[in-house]
Structure formats: C-alpha cells, structure tokens
Write a protein that binds this ligand. Structure first.
Ligand SMILES: C[S@@+](CC[C@H](N)C(=O)[O-])C[C@H]1O[C@@H](n2cnc3c(N)ncnc32)[C@H](O)[C@@H]1O
Length: 299
C-alpha cells in the first residue's frame, strides 16, 4: 500500500509542493509536456484528485480526501520508479489548449509548432485563404488537430507511417469531433498524397541522431523510436521532406518543420536555403519555415 503523507490532512497546494519536491529528489526528467517539477506535480495532483485544470489555483486550498491522497501517492510512486512519462500514466496530454488521448504508441505531444498553429501561422500566412493543410508524421494527431481548430475553414490530412500511431490519431479526431475535416492516412512521408496540393505543410518529424539517441534520459525509451530516431545525423526524414515538399505545396504555400536541436546540422547541410526561424514565446525553438518558391529555387 502506498505511503500517505505523514500529515492528517493535506491541501491540493501542499500536495503539489510535496510531489514537486519528490520529483526533484528522484531526478526524473521533465520534457514530456511540462519542463519543471511544479507543473508536472500540478498535473499529477489534479489528475489524481480529478480536479479540472480550469479551476487552477482556485483549487489549491481544497482539502484532499483519503482516496485522493492514495491515488496521488500511487501515481507519484509509479512515475518516480518506472520513469514512464506522466502522460502515458494518465493517458492524457495537453497541446495547444486541447486535451488529447495518448499512450506509448505515440510520442507525447510537445511541439513548439503549437504556438504557431494557435497564431494561425500569421504573419507568414493569410489565415482566411488556408483551405488545405498536411501534417507529415502526425503521431497522436496533435499538430493536425491544433491546425484544424485554429483554421476552421481548412481540411487537414494527417499522415503517419505507423498504423499504431494512426489508431491513436483517429481516436483523438473522434474525441475532438473533427472527423469531417481531419483525415488520418497511412503514408511513408508523401507517398500516399497523390496530386493534392496544400497551403501549409507542417511536420514534427523524427530528428534525433544516433549518438544523441544513446544519451537520452530513460523517459524517452518509453516513446516509439520511430518517432525520435532518424539516421546517423538525425536528418533522414528532414532530407526527404525538403526534397519533396515543393511538389505538394500550392504557389505561396508554407513549409513548417520542427528540427529541435538538429538546427545546427540543418544549417550545415543546407547553407543556401533561406530558412526563417520564428521566435517561440512559450519556449523551445528549432522550427523552420520555408516558402514554396524558396524550395523550388533550391530544388
Ligand atoms: C516526432 S514524432 C511527432 C508526432 C506528432 N506530430 C507530435 O508532434 O507529437 C514523429 C512521427 O513521425 C512518424 N514517422 C516516422 N517516420 C515516418 C515516415 N517515414 N513517414 C511518415 N511518418 C513517419 C512517427 O511514427 C511519429 O509519429
């Protein structure tokens, strides 16, 4: 039986502080939807106590029941012992204001592309003109769904090579009632696209190099390697996207790709491409933009 706090009663706020301290002591890695102990502890406590995040700090003064405290203790124990990312234990992740279902078939969504989607890709795109969006390597469907929510006149094709990931994506498309506008499709990169052309192509492809893969914290071993690893230098998938995207973009279309800390490798491999690297206020970065015309000229 998991141990409860030694105190007779505990508030939500106190439980968050206690769990944050325990997460820090256990030296778990934060990188799966939250980037610090306190935020992860808040999700752990809110999930276990079944409190809606919309209540926010207003819930901190509430006194937890014995059952809530027991669930918190059990989840904290699982997280610190197994090093499984918290969203796989709770089966939920928050992305661009959406609550998504996740499990170990998909990467935990955390792409900074969320912010660009929330901003409707302005100022690089005229949102009213966007009709078709393609998400290459959709995983849980996070980016595709964020785009569909932000741009309600757009249809989104959500591609992934992994049938297991697509099953999760379909579940999220249904959960968010976007089946009429978001279509999950099995495809090795652009292979299943046919003659369709898009106003925006977004992708958070796998981009971790072989050496970096070996050094990742244990949390990442619970994610599908297909979502992370991409050859020796991490650029296999990015190269395929850069070589083909122009063919699938409409004139004036925009390519948006996350490459994280492979940014330096991308710049060395493509010194002549006029990449735009937008600032991401929420943190993170390593996302480049390219216009269809710039891709064509370099291709
Ligand atoms: C980094 S994950 C991103 C998932 C999701 N877009 C997100 O941001 O959370 C990369 C995704 O690309 C998929 N993928 C890997 N190789 C692929 C390929 N050749 N064609 C299409 N998708 C691929 C993986 O299955 C994985 O779901």
């Amino acid at each position: 039986m998991p141990r409860l706090s030694h105190k007779d009663s505990e508030s939500v706020g106190a439980a968050i502080e206690r769990c944050a301290a325990a997460l820090r002591r256990a030296r778990v890695h934060f990188g799966h939807g939250t980037d610090n102990a306190r935020d992860e502890a808040a999700e752990l406590v809110f999930f276990s106590a079944r409190i809606d995040h919309r209540e926010g700090a207003g819930a901190y003064g509430r006194v937890l029941t014995q059952a809530q405290r027991r669930r918190i203790a059990e989840l904290l124990r699982q997280r610190t012992r197994s090093r499984i990312p918290l969203p796989y234990l709770t089966r939920r992740a928050f992305f661009a204001g959406l609550e998504l279902y996740v499990d170990e078939r998909v990467l935990v969504p955390r792409s900074p592309i969320a912010e660009l989607a929330l901003n409707r890709f302005e100022p690089w795109v005229e949102p009213a003109h966007v009709r078709r969006i393609l998400d290459v390597g959709t995983g849980s469907g996070a980016i595709a769904l964020a785009c569909a929510k932000a741009l309600p006149r757009a249809r989104v094709d959500a591609l992934d090579v992994s049938p297991a990931a697509l099953a999760v994506c379909r579940r999220n498309v249904r959960k968010l009632r976007l089946t009429s506008r978001v279509e999950p499709l099995r495809s090795d990169h652009f292979a299943a696209v046919g003659r369709r052309r898009y106003d925006i192509i977004v992708s958070n492809p796998p981009y971790v190099g072989a050496r970096e893969m070996r050094g990742l914290p244990p949390e990442y071993s619970h994610e599908p390697a297909l979502g992370l690893a991409s050859g020796v230098d991490g650029l296999n998938s990015v190269r395929t996207i850069l070589a083909s995207a122009a063919r699938y973009l409409r004139p004036g279309g925009l390519l948006v790709v996350e490459v994280g800390n492979s940014e330096g490798a991308v710049l060395r491999a493509y010194p002549r491409l006029p990449f735009i690297w937008p600032e991401i206020a929420m943190g993170g970065g390593g996302v480049f933009l390219l216009r269809a015309e710039d891709l064509e000229e370099s291709g």
